[in-house]
Design a protein around this ligand. Structure first.
Ligand code: SF4
Length: 390
Protein backbone atom coordinates (compact mmCIF):
# COMPACT_ATOMS: atom_id res chain seq x y z
CA UNK A 1 0.00 0.00 0.00
CA UNK A 2 1.33 3.48 -0.87
CA UNK A 3 2.25 6.11 1.68
CA UNK A 4 -0.58 8.23 3.02
CA UNK A 5 -0.22 11.90 3.87
CA UNK A 6 -0.70 13.07 7.43
CA UNK A 7 -0.79 16.83 7.87
CA UNK A 8 0.69 18.00 11.11
CA UNK A 9 0.74 21.18 13.16
CA UNK A 10 3.48 21.23 15.76
CA UNK A 11 2.68 22.64 19.22
CA UNK A 12 5.92 24.61 18.99
CA UNK A 13 6.06 28.14 17.72
CA UNK A 14 8.87 30.60 17.07
CA UNK A 15 6.96 33.79 17.70
CA UNK A 16 4.18 34.67 20.09
CA UNK A 17 1.74 35.26 17.28
CA UNK A 18 -1.73 33.82 16.68
CA UNK A 19 -0.91 32.42 13.24
CA UNK A 20 1.64 30.06 14.78
CA UNK A 21 -0.81 28.49 17.25
CA UNK A 22 -2.74 25.24 16.94
CA UNK A 23 -6.14 26.68 15.88
CA UNK A 24 -4.38 28.53 13.03
CA UNK A 25 -2.57 25.32 12.09
CA UNK A 26 -5.93 23.53 12.03
CA UNK A 27 -7.03 26.03 9.37
CA UNK A 28 -3.96 25.12 7.32
CA UNK A 29 -4.69 21.40 7.73
CA UNK A 30 -8.31 21.88 6.61
CA UNK A 31 -7.03 23.71 3.54
CA UNK A 32 -4.58 20.93 2.73
CA UNK A 33 -7.37 18.36 3.12
CA UNK A 34 -9.55 20.49 0.78
CA UNK A 35 -12.43 20.15 3.20
CA UNK A 36 -14.32 23.14 1.80
CA UNK A 37 -14.17 21.71 -1.73
CA UNK A 38 -15.56 18.34 -0.64
CA UNK A 39 -18.69 19.12 1.36
CA UNK A 40 -21.04 21.03 -0.96
CA UNK A 41 -24.58 19.83 -0.27
CA UNK A 42 -23.34 17.18 2.17
CA UNK A 43 -24.84 16.49 5.59
CA UNK A 44 -21.69 16.54 7.67
CA UNK A 45 -21.48 14.76 11.02
CA UNK A 46 -18.64 16.23 13.07
CA UNK A 47 -18.01 13.48 15.61
CA UNK A 48 -16.25 14.81 18.68
CA UNK A 49 -16.24 13.71 22.28
CA UNK A 50 -17.90 16.58 24.13
CA UNK A 51 -16.80 15.12 27.46
CA UNK A 52 -18.76 14.78 30.66
CA UNK A 53 -19.31 16.45 34.01
CA UNK A 54 -16.34 18.78 34.73
CA UNK A 55 -13.90 17.53 32.10
CA UNK A 56 -12.13 20.34 30.26
CA UNK A 57 -9.51 18.62 28.08
CA UNK A 58 -11.76 17.57 25.19
CA UNK A 59 -11.41 19.35 21.83
CA UNK A 60 -12.00 23.02 22.68
CA UNK A 61 -14.95 24.74 20.95
CA UNK A 62 -12.52 27.14 19.24
CA UNK A 63 -11.24 24.20 17.15
CA UNK A 64 -14.68 22.74 16.46
CA UNK A 65 -15.99 26.14 15.40
CA UNK A 66 -13.28 26.31 12.75
CA UNK A 67 -14.36 22.96 11.29
CA UNK A 68 -18.02 24.02 11.37
CA UNK A 69 -17.16 27.26 9.57
CA UNK A 70 -15.13 25.44 6.92
CA UNK A 71 -18.05 23.08 6.25
CA UNK A 72 -20.46 26.01 5.99
CA UNK A 73 -18.06 27.89 3.71
CA UNK A 74 -18.07 24.87 1.43
CA UNK A 75 -21.87 24.69 1.28
CA UNK A 76 -22.23 21.72 3.65
CA UNK A 77 -24.71 21.25 6.48
CA UNK A 78 -22.79 20.47 9.67
CA UNK A 79 -23.84 19.16 13.05
CA UNK A 80 -21.63 18.22 16.00
CA UNK A 81 -22.54 14.88 17.51
CA UNK A 82 -21.72 12.53 20.38
CA UNK A 83 -23.48 9.94 22.53
CA UNK A 84 -26.66 11.19 24.18
CA UNK A 85 -25.56 11.41 27.82
CA UNK A 86 -22.49 13.43 26.89
CA UNK A 87 -24.52 15.77 24.68
CA UNK A 88 -26.94 16.22 27.60
CA UNK A 89 -25.14 18.79 29.74
CA UNK A 90 -22.49 19.59 27.13
CA UNK A 91 -23.59 23.23 27.24
CA UNK A 92 -21.91 23.43 30.66
CA UNK A 93 -18.60 22.76 28.90
CA UNK A 94 -19.19 25.27 26.10
CA UNK A 95 -20.59 23.01 23.39
CA UNK A 96 -23.66 24.94 22.24
CA UNK A 97 -25.18 25.93 18.92
CA UNK A 98 -24.37 29.56 19.70
CA UNK A 99 -20.68 28.86 20.31
CA UNK A 100 -20.12 26.23 17.63
CA UNK A 101 -22.37 27.65 14.93
CA UNK A 102 -24.36 24.45 14.37
CA UNK A 103 -26.59 22.06 16.34
CA UNK A 104 -25.15 19.61 18.88
CA UNK A 105 -27.11 16.38 18.49
CA UNK A 106 -27.15 12.96 20.20
CA UNK A 107 -25.75 10.53 17.63
CA UNK A 108 -28.37 7.83 18.19
CA UNK A 109 -31.21 10.01 19.42
CA UNK A 110 -32.62 10.14 22.93
CA UNK A 111 -31.82 6.93 24.87
CA UNK A 112 -29.85 5.73 21.82
CA UNK A 113 -32.95 4.21 20.27
CA UNK A 114 -32.10 5.32 16.73
CA UNK A 115 -29.53 3.03 15.12
CA UNK A 116 -28.81 0.65 12.25
CA UNK A 117 -27.92 -3.00 12.86
CA UNK A 118 -24.92 -4.52 11.08
CA UNK A 119 -24.22 -8.25 11.29
CA UNK A 120 -20.65 -9.41 11.74
CA UNK A 121 -19.43 -12.07 14.14
CA UNK A 122 -16.44 -11.37 16.36
CA UNK A 123 -16.03 -13.29 19.63
CA UNK A 124 -19.04 -12.34 21.79
CA UNK A 125 -20.43 -9.82 19.27
CA UNK A 126 -22.89 -10.68 16.51
CA UNK A 127 -24.65 -7.34 15.96
CA UNK A 128 -23.08 -3.88 15.73
CA UNK A 129 -25.48 -0.99 16.19
CA UNK A 130 -24.28 2.14 14.37
CA UNK A 131 -25.73 5.43 15.64
CA UNK A 132 -28.49 6.58 13.29
CA UNK A 133 -27.34 10.19 12.91
CA UNK A 134 -23.88 8.99 11.92
CA UNK A 135 -25.08 6.53 9.31
CA UNK A 136 -27.60 9.04 7.93
CA UNK A 137 -24.87 11.66 7.39
CA UNK A 138 -23.25 11.72 3.96
CA UNK A 139 -19.86 13.00 5.17
CA UNK A 140 -17.93 12.39 8.39
CA UNK A 141 -15.42 14.63 10.12
CA UNK A 142 -13.93 12.49 12.87
CA UNK A 143 -12.31 14.94 15.31
CA UNK A 144 -10.66 13.14 18.22
CA UNK A 145 -8.84 14.22 21.34
CA UNK A 146 -5.77 12.10 22.04
CA UNK A 147 -5.38 10.70 25.56
CA UNK A 148 -4.57 7.52 27.44
CA UNK A 149 -7.12 4.74 27.71
CA UNK A 150 -7.41 2.04 30.39
CA UNK A 151 -8.41 -0.72 27.95
CA UNK A 152 -6.11 -0.15 24.99
CA UNK A 153 -3.40 2.24 26.16
CA UNK A 154 -4.55 5.23 24.16
CA UNK A 155 -7.50 6.70 22.35
CA UNK A 156 -7.52 8.87 19.23
CA UNK A 157 -9.19 8.67 15.81
CA UNK A 158 -9.98 4.94 15.96
CA UNK A 159 -11.53 5.10 19.38
CA UNK A 160 -13.58 8.21 18.61
CA UNK A 161 -15.42 6.23 15.95
CA UNK A 162 -15.19 2.71 17.38
CA UNK A 163 -16.91 3.51 20.65
CA UNK A 164 -18.38 6.91 19.87
CA UNK A 165 -20.38 5.91 16.78
CA UNK A 166 -21.96 2.76 18.25
CA UNK A 167 -24.81 2.63 20.76
CA UNK A 168 -24.23 1.68 24.41
CA UNK A 169 -25.17 -1.97 23.95
CA UNK A 170 -22.43 -2.41 21.32
CA UNK A 171 -19.94 -0.34 23.33
CA UNK A 172 -20.46 -2.70 26.28
CA UNK A 173 -20.06 -5.73 24.03
CA UNK A 174 -16.79 -4.31 22.67
CA UNK A 175 -15.49 -3.95 26.23
CA UNK A 176 -16.63 -7.51 27.01
CA UNK A 177 -14.41 -8.95 24.26
CA UNK A 178 -11.67 -8.87 26.93
CA UNK A 179 -13.44 -11.73 28.67
CA UNK A 180 -14.17 -13.94 25.67
CA UNK A 181 -10.96 -15.98 25.81
CA UNK A 182 -10.78 -17.97 29.01
CA UNK A 183 -8.26 -16.78 31.59
CA UNK A 184 -9.53 -18.40 34.83
CA UNK A 185 -9.38 -22.17 35.29
CA UNK A 186 -11.12 -22.65 38.61
CA UNK A 187 -10.78 -26.43 38.58
CA UNK A 188 -7.07 -25.87 39.27
CA UNK A 189 -7.80 -23.65 42.27
CA UNK A 190 -10.59 -25.20 44.38
CA UNK A 191 -9.31 -23.64 47.63
CA UNK A 192 -11.31 -20.53 48.61
CA UNK A 193 -8.45 -19.28 50.82
CA UNK A 194 -6.07 -19.27 47.85
CA UNK A 195 -8.63 -17.49 45.67
CA UNK A 196 -8.81 -14.84 48.38
CA UNK A 197 -5.01 -14.49 48.32
CA UNK A 198 -5.08 -14.07 44.53
CA UNK A 199 -7.56 -11.23 44.86
CA UNK A 200 -5.49 -9.60 47.59
CA UNK A 201 -2.31 -9.89 45.50
CA UNK A 202 -3.58 -7.31 43.02
CA UNK A 203 -2.67 -3.80 44.20
CA UNK A 204 -5.28 -2.30 41.87
CA UNK A 205 -8.31 -4.34 42.94
CA UNK A 206 -8.57 -5.74 39.42
CA UNK A 207 -9.46 -9.29 40.51
CA UNK A 208 -12.90 -9.84 41.99
CA UNK A 209 -15.40 -12.67 42.47
CA UNK A 210 -17.33 -13.47 39.32
CA UNK A 211 -20.90 -12.33 39.97
CA UNK A 212 -22.40 -14.80 37.49
CA UNK A 213 -20.30 -17.86 38.37
CA UNK A 214 -19.84 -18.25 42.14
CA UNK A 215 -16.38 -19.58 42.97
CA UNK A 216 -14.84 -18.16 39.79
CA UNK A 217 -12.64 -15.06 39.57
CA UNK A 218 -13.15 -12.14 37.20
CA UNK A 219 -10.54 -9.61 36.04
CA UNK A 220 -11.35 -5.97 35.45
CA UNK A 221 -8.88 -5.45 32.62
CA UNK A 222 -9.00 -1.64 32.77
CA UNK A 223 -6.91 -1.20 35.95
CA UNK A 224 -4.69 -4.23 35.20
CA UNK A 225 -1.16 -3.15 34.22
CA UNK A 226 0.02 -6.75 33.75
CA UNK A 227 2.40 -6.68 36.71
CA UNK A 228 1.63 -10.41 37.21
CA UNK A 229 1.81 -10.33 41.00
CA UNK A 230 -1.37 -12.43 40.94
CA UNK A 231 0.42 -15.20 39.05
CA UNK A 232 2.91 -15.54 41.89
CA UNK A 233 0.06 -16.57 44.18
CA UNK A 234 -2.21 -18.51 41.81
CA UNK A 235 -1.66 -22.28 41.42
CA UNK A 236 0.09 -23.04 38.10
CA UNK A 237 -2.29 -22.83 35.16
CA UNK A 238 -5.26 -21.54 37.14
CA UNK A 239 -4.95 -17.92 35.96
CA UNK A 240 -3.64 -16.41 32.73
CA UNK A 241 -2.58 -12.83 32.09
CA UNK A 242 -2.51 -13.22 28.34
CA UNK A 243 -2.16 -10.66 25.52
CA UNK A 244 -5.18 -12.13 23.71
CA UNK A 245 -7.60 -10.76 26.31
CA UNK A 246 -6.17 -7.25 25.95
CA UNK A 247 -5.83 -7.30 22.18
CA UNK A 248 -9.43 -8.43 21.64
CA UNK A 249 -10.65 -4.96 22.62
CA UNK A 250 -8.30 -3.36 20.10
CA UNK A 251 -9.32 -5.70 17.28
CA UNK A 252 -12.99 -5.06 18.09
CA UNK A 253 -12.26 -1.33 17.86
CA UNK A 254 -10.82 -1.79 14.38
CA UNK A 255 -13.83 -3.85 13.24
CA UNK A 256 -16.20 -1.27 14.67
CA UNK A 257 -14.43 1.47 12.69
CA UNK A 258 -14.57 -0.64 9.52
CA UNK A 259 -18.33 -1.05 9.92
CA UNK A 260 -19.01 2.64 10.54
CA UNK A 261 -16.74 3.84 7.73
CA UNK A 262 -18.39 1.36 5.35
CA UNK A 263 -21.54 3.49 5.62
CA UNK A 264 -19.72 6.40 3.91
CA UNK A 265 -18.77 6.53 0.26
CA UNK A 266 -15.03 6.56 -0.50
CA UNK A 267 -13.51 9.99 0.12
CA UNK A 268 -16.38 11.10 2.36
CA UNK A 269 -14.53 10.98 5.68
CA UNK A 270 -11.65 12.98 7.12
CA UNK A 271 -9.91 12.41 10.42
CA UNK A 272 -8.51 15.06 12.76
CA UNK A 273 -6.89 14.72 16.17
CA UNK A 274 -5.77 17.19 18.78
CA UNK A 275 -2.96 15.90 21.00
CA UNK A 276 -2.95 18.40 23.85
CA UNK A 277 -3.52 17.93 27.57
CA UNK A 278 -3.29 14.16 27.26
CA UNK A 279 -4.60 12.57 30.44
CA UNK A 280 -3.99 8.99 31.69
CA UNK A 281 -7.52 7.82 30.90
CA UNK A 282 -10.29 8.70 28.48
CA UNK A 283 -12.58 11.72 28.48
CA UNK A 284 -15.57 9.53 29.47
CA UNK A 285 -14.44 9.76 33.08
CA UNK A 286 -16.00 13.21 33.41
CA UNK A 287 -12.94 14.99 34.76
CA UNK A 288 -9.56 16.17 33.60
CA UNK A 289 -6.44 15.11 35.46
CA UNK A 290 -2.92 16.37 34.90
CA UNK A 291 -1.32 15.89 31.46
CA UNK A 292 1.00 12.88 31.40
CA UNK A 293 2.72 13.80 28.12
CA UNK A 294 3.97 17.01 26.53
CA UNK A 295 1.53 18.41 23.95
CA UNK A 296 2.14 16.74 20.57
CA UNK A 297 0.17 19.01 18.22
CA UNK A 298 -2.69 18.65 15.75
CA UNK A 299 -3.05 16.09 12.96
CA UNK A 300 -5.28 15.56 9.92
CA UNK A 301 -5.56 12.91 7.22
CA UNK A 302 -7.96 11.05 4.95
CA UNK A 303 -6.35 7.85 6.26
CA UNK A 304 -7.36 6.89 9.79
CA UNK A 305 -4.62 4.26 10.09
CA UNK A 306 -1.88 6.66 9.04
CA UNK A 307 -3.27 9.33 11.36
CA UNK A 308 -3.19 7.25 14.55
CA UNK A 309 0.17 5.74 13.54
CA UNK A 310 1.66 9.23 13.09
CA UNK A 311 0.27 10.44 16.40
CA UNK A 312 1.80 7.46 18.21
CA UNK A 313 5.14 7.93 16.46
CA UNK A 314 5.31 11.63 17.40
CA UNK A 315 4.39 10.83 21.01
CA UNK A 316 6.94 7.98 21.09
CA UNK A 317 9.67 10.61 20.80
CA UNK A 318 8.49 12.35 23.97
CA UNK A 319 8.54 11.16 27.56
CA UNK A 320 5.96 10.25 30.14
CA UNK A 321 5.65 13.05 32.70
CA UNK A 322 5.87 10.70 35.66
CA UNK A 323 5.42 13.43 38.24
CA UNK A 324 1.89 13.91 36.82
CA UNK A 325 0.92 10.23 36.91
CA UNK A 326 -1.68 9.68 39.67
CA UNK A 327 -0.11 7.92 42.63
CA UNK A 328 -2.74 5.16 42.39
CA UNK A 329 -1.08 4.07 39.13
CA UNK A 330 2.28 2.33 38.85
CA UNK A 331 4.95 2.68 36.19
CA UNK A 332 6.87 -0.61 36.27
CA UNK A 333 7.37 -1.33 32.57
CA UNK A 334 10.22 0.65 31.02
CA UNK A 335 10.65 -0.69 27.54
CA UNK A 336 7.88 0.55 25.28
CA UNK A 337 5.75 3.44 24.10
CA UNK A 338 4.95 6.04 26.79
CA UNK A 339 1.33 4.80 26.81
CA UNK A 340 2.61 1.27 27.55
CA UNK A 341 4.70 2.58 30.42
CA UNK A 342 1.46 3.91 31.85
CA UNK A 343 -0.93 1.02 31.11
CA UNK A 344 1.33 -2.02 30.73
CA UNK A 345 3.02 -3.90 27.88
CA UNK A 346 -0.07 -5.76 26.60
CA UNK A 347 -1.93 -2.49 26.07
CA UNK A 348 0.26 -1.81 23.06
CA UNK A 349 -1.25 1.31 21.44
CA UNK A 350 0.00 0.24 17.99
CA UNK A 351 -2.23 -2.86 17.94
CA UNK A 352 -5.32 -0.95 16.80
CA UNK A 353 -3.57 0.45 13.71
CA UNK A 354 -2.11 -2.97 13.01
CA UNK A 355 -5.62 -4.47 13.00
CA UNK A 356 -6.96 -1.49 11.06
CA UNK A 357 -4.38 -1.94 8.32
CA UNK A 358 -5.20 -5.66 8.08
CA UNK A 359 -8.85 -4.72 7.56
CA UNK A 360 -7.86 -2.44 4.67
CA UNK A 361 -8.72 0.81 6.45
CA UNK A 362 -5.46 2.50 5.51
CA UNK A 363 -1.70 2.35 5.61
CA UNK A 364 0.80 2.50 8.45
CA UNK A 365 3.24 3.94 5.92
CA UNK A 366 2.83 7.69 5.84
CA UNK A 367 4.48 10.98 5.09
CA UNK A 368 4.22 13.59 7.84
CA UNK A 369 3.77 17.05 6.32
CA UNK A 370 4.31 19.89 8.77
CA UNK A 371 1.90 22.64 7.68
CA UNK A 372 3.96 25.39 9.34
CA UNK A 373 7.46 24.28 10.30
CA UNK A 374 8.85 26.19 13.25
CA UNK A 375 10.87 29.06 11.81
CA UNK A 376 14.47 29.54 12.74
CA UNK A 377 14.26 32.64 14.89
CA UNK A 378 17.18 34.93 14.09
CA UNK A 379 17.74 37.70 16.57
CA UNK A 380 18.88 41.08 15.29
CA UNK A 381 22.58 41.67 15.92
CA UNK A 382 23.17 43.80 18.97
CA UNK A 383 26.04 45.03 21.07
CA UNK A 384 26.95 42.90 24.07
CA UNK A 385 25.01 43.71 27.24
CA UNK A 386 25.66 41.63 30.33
CA UNK A 387 22.63 39.83 31.75
CA UNK A 388 22.94 41.42 35.19
CA UNK A 389 23.13 44.90 33.74
CA UNK A 390 26.30 45.49 35.78
S1 SF4 B 1 -1.38 -8.67 36.50
FE1 SF4 B 1 -1.10 -7.26 38.22
S2 SF4 B 1 -2.62 -5.65 37.83
FE2 SF4 B 1 -3.21 -7.39 36.56
S3 SF4 B 1 -4.68 -8.54 37.76
FE3 SF4 B 1 -2.65 -9.45 38.16
S4 SF4 B 1 -1.91 -8.38 39.97
FE4 SF4 B 1 -3.61 -7.17 39.16
Amino acid sequence: MSKSIVYYGSPRQARLEAEETLPAKLDLILERLHLRDRVKGETVAIKAHVGGNIGYSTVHPVFLRKVVQAVKDGGGHPFVTDVDWDVAGSETRGYTREVLGCPVLPSAGINEAYHYVHHREYKNIKEWKVAGMIQDASFLVNFAHVKGHPSCGFGAAFKNIALGCMVGETRSAIHDTNHYDRYWFGELCPDEAIRQRIKEACPFGAIVDDKERPGDLHIHFEPCNQCKRCLQVAPPGSLKIDPVNFHSFMEANAISVAITLSTFEPGKAVHLALATHMTPVCDCFGFTSMPILPDAGIFGSDDIVALDQAILDVIAKTRLIEENVPTSMEVWYRDGHPFQLLHGPYKDPYKVVEYGEKLGLGSREYELVDVLPVAEFVRAPMAYISASGA
